[in-house]
Design a protein around this ligand. Sequence first.
Ligand code: AP5
Ligand code: ZN
Length: 216
Amino acid sequence: MRLVLVGPPGAGKGTQAEFIAAHLSVPKISTGDIFRANVSQGTPLGVEAKRYMDAGKLVPDEVTINMVRDRLAEPDAGEGFLLDGFPRTTPQAAALDKLLADLGTALDLVLELVVDDDEVIRRLSGRRTCRGCGKIWHVEFDATTREGVCDRCGAELFQRDDDKPETIAARLREYAEKTAPLVDYYGAQGKLVGIDATGPVEDVTVRAIDALRSYG
Ligand code: AP5
Ligand code: ZN
């Protein structure tokens, strides 16, 4: 299955992507994760992306599209994938459609995680990520994280640079202006399914898998 997860910053895309990708046995491809890996390795791509990420802005389309094109050409993405955080603009969506059409295939479904801004701010302000295994936690909802270590692998937890209040506000503005139009773009293709992404993580996963079952 070729699936895209869309939703505002903090909607839970990364959290759900892990479970959904495992359920579908497809690779999870997160543009945010790829950018962050490049930032921490200090690659030229990372140096360029960091300028935008720190300001809560989207990385330019051309850079992002080229990166995804390379990633989708890897053998593990041949039979299906779950894209988390891409596409994020209409030109990115059009480029993805073209890329897949050239390969003789197409997206199956776009799953939209629906959450309001207040919940997003609450989620992002308390997010912590594991330096060891990358697992995403929340200081309020995952009591085990209060010691600052990962309950799964024991490594240190950190707060993302772009989870500061002013950067969160900028990311929400970018989402409303540049990413929200994708709802209409994919709606017009008949590929969009929206699910309520509030409530416990496990409940959202059940709704997501149900949505895939009905449309897959
Ligand atoms: P990216 O990493 O994609 O960030 P984002 O879209 O802002 O999404 P987040 O990772 O912040 O949130 P999420 O929806 O994954 O939520 P999570 O599961 O972590 O992108 C970062 C930057 O990279 C961008 O700003 C941009 O600069 C650049 N970039 C990336 N892709 C790009 C593209 N295509 N084009 C251009 N630039 C791009 O959950 C959040 C928190 O909530 C966690 O603490 C979690 O534990 C908690 N939580 C999750 N679900 C629940 C629940 N049901 N109940 C309670 N808490 C929950
Ligand atoms: Zn860990």
